[in-house]
Design a protein around this ligand. Structure first.
Ligand code: ZN
Length: 162
């Protein structure tokens, strides 16, 4: 495993659409391992392929219930709304207020290309939506209600960083 460099806002790759993964190669497995390691090292709750410079539809998420590796994730259904603060490892030192669905039903494939359908709510739902957006080149900064705020240094690490 190895740490990958996290791309930050202004890097063109963060605005590009990622490609579907058709087959899990050893290269993809290594990528998934590296993404998890990179996310944990940065105290993040999620990380998407484009954030480490790889335009493939893969995200990793851990909101405290253990790691999820999601290949080709799609939202099947959404329900309700939650409005709350959101951060991103590609937008360091900032947060913003973003409205997301309260609940989502999502489909993804694991590293054995086995299909899963899960229901998530709260923070987990927010995280899935945020990471899913990265795969279409969308940053949360485009969805904030009233711009970005600076994270106080002492507060850093406590917020949701994806
Ligand atoms: Zn992000």
């Amino acid at each position: 495993m190895a740490l990958r460099t996290i791309r930050v806002i202004g890097d063109e790759i963060l605005t590009k659409k990622a490609r579907e993964i058709k087959e899990v190669t050893p290269h993809i497995r290594e990528l998934a391992d590296d993404m998890l390691e990179t996310m944990y090292a940065a105290n993040g709750a999620g990380l998407a392929g484009p954030q480490v410079g790889v335009l493939k539809r893969i995200v990793v998420i851990d909101v405290g219930e253990g790691p999820y590796i999601m290949i080709n994730p799609e939202l099947l259904e959404t329900e309700g709304e939650q409005v709350g603060s959101e951060g991103c490892l590609s937008v360091p030192g900032k947060f913003g207020i973003v409205a997301r669905p309260e609940k989502v039903k999502a489909r993804y494939f694991d590293l054995d290309m086995k299909e899963h359908v899960i229901e998530a709510e709260g923070l987990f739902a927010r995280c899935i939506c945020h990471e899913r957006d990265h795969l279409d080149g969308i940053l949360y900064t485009e969805k904030t209600k009233d711009g970005l705020y600076d994270v106080d240094e002492e507060e850093e690490g406590k917020g949701l960083e994806e």
